[in-house]
Design a protein around this ligand. Sequence first.
Ligand code: HEM
Length: 453
Amino acid sequence: MEVFSMSPTSLFFFFFFSIYLIHVLLRSFLLSYRRRPKLALPPGTLGWPYVGETFQLYSQDPNIFFSSKVKRYGSIFKTHMLGYPCVMISNPEAVKFVMVTKSHLFKPTFPASKERMLGKHAIFFHQGQYHSKLRKLVLRSFMPDAIRTMVSNIHTLALDFLISLEGKSIDNTFLALKTYSFNVALMSIFGKEEMKYSEDLKSCYYVLEKGYNSMPVNLPGTLFHRSMSARRQLLRIVADILNKRRWQMKLDGRDHHHHHPHDLLDSFMTDKEGLTDEQITDNIIGVIFAARDTTASVLTWILKYLAENPTILQAVTEEQEAVMAEEKRSLTWEDTRNMPLTSRVIQETLRIASILSFTFREAVEDVEYGGYLIPKGWKVMPLFRNIHHDPDIFPDPTRFDPSRFQVTPKPNTFLAFGNGAHSCPGNEMAKLEILVLLHHLTTKYRSVSKRTI
Ligand code: HEM
């Protein structure tokens, strides 16, 4: 039986058509290959299989590890840490590319334990529409226009905090200051009325935070397990606050969607697209996480630098005394806008201490930058501290010199609050609570170094 047959003419055409097709395909392949030369990975070493260079990182000061790599390979280099191949970047243009102009190609990434502790709906883990919505709600509570009404409450919290320390000897300044930053965070989230929950919230949160960097093994007795049950307790307290607030809103006849939000919880509850209770709670825990240790840490470094630089401390004290020269009254928002030297001390501390030395992103697809390939799935770490300590950007970088901020830093060189899509929405709030505490410290106590704190 004849299954398949072709006439000689068809065979001839088939043969030439095949040759033509192969020629076209080969040409387009060669052209595209020539147009897109195979990109090289950034310079650097990946270390041992699996562990990479994790031991090198942890066996020395991480800052020395990074700066010696920068010296050797330049401002973009590859390494392998904590189980992931990474590209480190430490020049302002590369940071702008990753965090601002092409931020959609680099998603934020965190260890699994942190995501489960904070809650999967928290702002840090998202991109796109949900992230923009949350950012809008957080920003409207922490923009200058919103926080100017909080000055008198922060003023009271700062005074109460300092009075509570009087006569006590303080072993750990950072731990003490965490109480202040925690109270300010709670006030900005829940308003003054809900401060009665603060002790319960605090004790749950303290257990929860211990598990942030733990192994995510949820077995009785593990740190992770204890933290997860503290989280559940925290959820119950927040649910209670939410219910009371809804009830109060109904009693007051307040419109859920249109009234002007008083605090972050209000802002979350009055979103017309609606956040679920779980989304609200995850983001409340997230904001406490973002606000508390960061601000307390910066305050601790400021106290250290002021104690080491008596001339600057004297000038700050004079500036603060001048704010209240004429009368005894509560601090106002306008007063806090009139503290240029103290503000520069905050900026210089943020630069020199670089409390967030770097952040993590992950390439969502293969990305080309500066002639190098950043492969999909690789972590990308903008090294803020290296930029803040680059002598070409900040001359004599280890010297504490607030006057350098008399000139505005060039774009993408001062990254204490990040930049772009995920930059810190609480930066004005952080500066405000630091200014208020410094005001009371310098005007009401004789000397930063000899005082109990
Ligand atoms: C001096 C204190 C603070 C410092 C140094 C700081 C620093 C930062 C940095 C560098 C980022 C960006 C991280 C990244 O891009 O991966 C960030 C994000 C964030 N910060 Fe702050 N922060 C401070 C205080 C605060 C405060 C007081 C709040 C809230 C009131 C806050 C809320 C947030 C939130 C919600 C994000 C995530 C934003 C997003 O993913 O869109 N921070 N912070």
